[in-house]
Write a protein that binds this ligand. Structure first.
Ligand SMILES: C[S@@+](CC[C@H](N)C(=O)[O-])C[C@H]1O[C@@H](n2cnc3c(N)ncnc32)[C@H](O)[C@@H]1O
Length: 369
């Protein structure tokens, strides 16, 4: 097999062109260049967190693959590290992690390379930051992660099973996340909030709050960062924001308390529960903007969040204007700028046709004003 050297951020790794073409969990060691944004945000989040809490961190890269995430942390933000554990269950991954550390001339003493099931590792040690980056769903990894995190510690969770989380695959959504889901006009945000709800519920069982501080969707994955808190005020806050919601499939109206659609007078569908609280923390988001680790793609996503989702972080849904136009039988979709102005709305990072508005947008009103 032919190997080549790939660069990402300040790191280099040895990788096979053949594995790159397949990009499945069946390749020897997993590395997906499209997940650079996920690692960029991890570095920005760690730097921001370490600056805010003024401390060096004990870090667990629980499912490290090639080790690229840890190598970037070691090279790009060494000042945040107290100790870093680079772990993977796969022997091949461990072989490459060691080779990749050598390739980048990293010989620090505060690094442990570990070849365990991360669930066992997490039950044995405590960390300030844990990174969970599984194939597909994080189900099964969150409980041990919550127990292993120190109070005020940070958790970064990835999920790629968008169709289950978003409710598009209703049975999988219920089976894995105990959530009633269908394909809605805001299914991508519904999925992000199902993930938040799942992590929060896992922690509530241990009287802990996992407070979301930054979350996003990009291409085929969700990523949310949480801070753990044992304060009863925080536990009550996150618990109080887990709610069933009501959705009208005919006109896309949403509510947490109305069961009959006020527009078409039909019975709405009960979905969820999902987390309807804020996915963004003011201090964290305002600080993350100053981080330099973000390449263009990641920076673009951050700007979209800053100018949209973050401004309307109290609104737990978006509207898809193409689906709204169809349901309202409006033949031509008005210009999005007109829609934003008319309904005091913002764009979201979930897609070019998604907007957040506090009022239900009746598109034909635009033609009459
Ligand atoms: C999506 S890849 C991780 C990619 C890596 N974090 C990155 O940024 O490139 C998932 C990894 O989790 C590892 N894995 C799966 N189950 C695990 C477990 N129970 N404990 C530790 N590692 C596990 C797999 O071997 C695989 O390398």
């Amino acid at each position: 097999m032919e190997f080549t050297i790939i660069s990402e951020g300040s790191a280099k790794i040895i990788y096979s062109e053949e594995w790159l073409k397949k990009l499945s969990r069946r390749v020897g060691v997993f590395y997906n260049p499209k997940m650079r944004i996920n690692r960029d945000f991890t570095i920005a989040a760690l730097k921001t967190y370490s600056d805010i809490y003024r401390k060096r961190l004990t870090i667990l890269d629980a499912m490290a693959g090639s080790g690229i995430r840890s190598i970037r942390i070691l090279l790009e933000i060494p000042e945040v590290i107290e100790r870093i554990v680079i772990n993977d269950i796969n022997n091949n991954a461990i072989y490459f992690i060691k080779k990749n550390l050598e390739l980048n001339r990293i010989y620090f003493e505060n690094i442990n390379v570990s070849n365990e099931d991360c669930r066992i590792l997490m039950l044995k040690n405590k960390y300030d930051y844990i990174d969970i980056d599984p194939f597909g769903s994080p189900v099964g990894f969150i409980q041990p992660a919550v127990l292993s995190l120190r109070n005020r510690g940070m958790l970064g969770v990835t999920a790629t099973d968008i169709s289950a989380l978003s409710g598009v695959r209703s049975k999988a959504c219920y089976r894995k996340y105990s959530c009633l889901g269908i394909r809605t006009d805001f299914y991508l945000e519904f999925g992000l909030r199902t993930l938040a709800k799942y992590v929060i519920e896992e922690a509530l069982r241990f009287d802990a709050a996992m407070i979301p501080i930054f979350g996003y969707y990009y291409l085929h994955h969700y990523r949310i960062f949480f801070i753990k808190s044992k304060k009863s005020k925080d536990v009550n806050f996150v618990m109080g924001n887990i709610k069933h919601i009501y959705y009208c499939p005919a006109c896309h109206y949403k509510s947490v308390d109305e069961k009959i659609c006020p527009l078409c007078k039909k019975q709405m569908k009960m979905l969820g529960p999902i987390y309807i609280g804020p996915l963004y923390d003011n201090l964290f988001v305002n600080s993350i903007v100053r981080c330099r680790s973000l390449h263009k793609e990641s920076h673009d996503v951050l700007l979209k969040i800053l100018n949209g989702d973050f401004k309307y972080k109290d609104v737990w849904y978006y509207y898809n204007i193409s689906l709204l136009a169809k349901s309202q039988k409006v033949p031509n979709i008005p210009k999005i700028e007109r829609i934003l102005e008319q309904f005091n709305a913002v764009r979201t990072h979930f897609g070019p046709l998604t907007i957040k508005s506090r009022e239900y947008p009746i598109l034909k009103d635009i033609f009459t004003t």
